[in-house]
Design a protein around this ligand. Structure first.
Ligand code: 3PG
Ligand code: MG
Length: 378
């Protein structure tokens, strides 16, 4: 993969450059972007191109419902710089806007997924989009696991480069594939069935591995304990995982009682009416020495039910990582809810090592060592 900053600025002047970004941001109840992390991370590539006097055509998807629009993204991007938004992809409005661009302009077109040929990876669609540009830059690391037209199709028709964010993500995650010992991995979230190959791979490549979040409920259930009304996966970890010498699971949990009070319990004490919503202080005490000694820490997936406000122990993990970074350790942290949990804690993000914009893409990269969107840039 060649990075766009390897192209001399003079060669970019006046060129129409397509930037595939991942501006798939969460929206609040009023429809506004509630987290601009991906926009902030993606702006660097746009800025580089603007400074080189290129004409920057930004493409992105948002959500999974084809009726969704990038209007809230256009609004939120105003805090970073000037962007013209045209809610069209291939019609006269989009074509006209591309034709009218001046040097240094940034144009955001509509949600790619409004056209089913995006997810269907239609070559004709990719070709039509490619006709807007003279160069293609893929900066959408978080969508690089999708074989979609704008990701694997457009680079067939144009000279192609990785963006600055794509380059940084790939470099950071390559480090996470071969972590420097002592290494510590934390995997949270839900759906064990989608994560079990990765669990095995991390058990093999990391010195210690902590399974948390709703995935820990699967551990308790596999051990024959009651998990009450907590979320459990379709598949449970098998004995070889549970007995693996690198494997660690929470030793206490925070449960929500029927009266909505929260209480810390031992996993053996969880009642039929309890809902596990986070880990507890003894679990933090269990993992603290490993993080304190680690040279490399990988973390994807919060320990608690982030959407219900249970961020306390994720914040405790973030604080441990902050201390590790301060003494020279390296870390890679990713997953939308993980980053959002940290952002709410008020911890300075710049003190936490590398924060990945990838959720599913990060997990798939860790498992396979590459992604379709990265391969397409070769
Ligand atoms: C993500 O948020 O994981 C990426 O933007 C990809 O979105 P998708 O999971 O809807 O393909
Ligand atoms: Mg996803």
């Amino acid at each position: 993969m060649k990075c766009i900053d390897e192209v001399p600025a003079g060669e970019l002047k006046g060129k129409r450059v397509i930037v595939r970004a991942d501006f798939n941001v969460p929206l609040d109840s009023s429809g506004k972007a509630s987290d601009v992390f991906r926009l902030k991370k993606g702006w660097a590539t746009i800025e580089l191109l603007v400074k080189a006097d290129a004409k920057v055509i930004v493409l992105s998807h948002i959500g999974r419902d084809p009726s969704e629009t990038l209007a809230p993204v256009a609004e939120a991007l105003k805090q970073f710089g000037k962007v013209v938004y045209v809610p069209d992809l291939l019609g006269p409005a989009a074509r006209g806007a591309v034709g009218a661009m001046a040097k240094g302009d940034v144009l955001l077109l509509e949600n790619l997924r409004q056209d089913p040929r995006e997810s269907g990876n239609g070559d004709d669609f990719a070709k039509e989009l490619a006709s807007y540009g003279e160069l293609y830059v893929d900066d959408a690391f978080a969508a690089a696991h999708r074989e979609h037209a704008s990701i694997v199709g457009i680079p067939k028709f144009l000279p192609h480069y990785g963006g600055l964010l794509m380059r940084d993500e790939v470099n950071a995650l390559q480090g996470a594939l071969k972590p420097q010992s002592p290494s510590f991995a934390i995997l949270g979230g839900a759906k064990f069935e989608t994560k079990s190959p990765l669990v095995r791979s991390l058990l093999a490549s990391y010195d210690h591995f902590f399974l948390t979040g709703a995935l820990a409920n699967d551990v308790f259930k596999a051990r024959g304990l009651s998990v009450g009304i907590s979320l459990v996966s379709k598949e449970l970890p098998t004995q070889d995982v549970l007995d693996h010498p690198h494997f660690l699971a929470p030793v206490d949990v925070t449960v929500e009682l029927p009266d909505k009070q929260a209480k810390v319990k031992r996993p053996e004490e969880v009642a039929a009416t309890d809902k596990i919503v986070d880990i507890g202080p003894d679990s933090i005490a269990l993992i603290a020495p490993f993080i304190e000694q680690a040279n490399f820490i990988l973390w994807n997936g919060p320990s608690g039910l982030y959407e219900d406000g249970f961020t306390h122990y994720s914040e405790a993990i973030a604080e441990l990582i902050e201390q590790a970074i301060a003494r020279g350790a390296k870390s890679v942290i990713g997953g939308g809810d993980t980053i959002a949990s940290i952002e709410e804690s008020g911890i300075d993000e710049s003190k936490l090592g590398f924060l990945s914009t990838g959720g599913g893409a990060m997990l798939e990269f860790l498992l396979k060592g590459t992604l379709p969107g990265i391969e397409a840039l070769n």
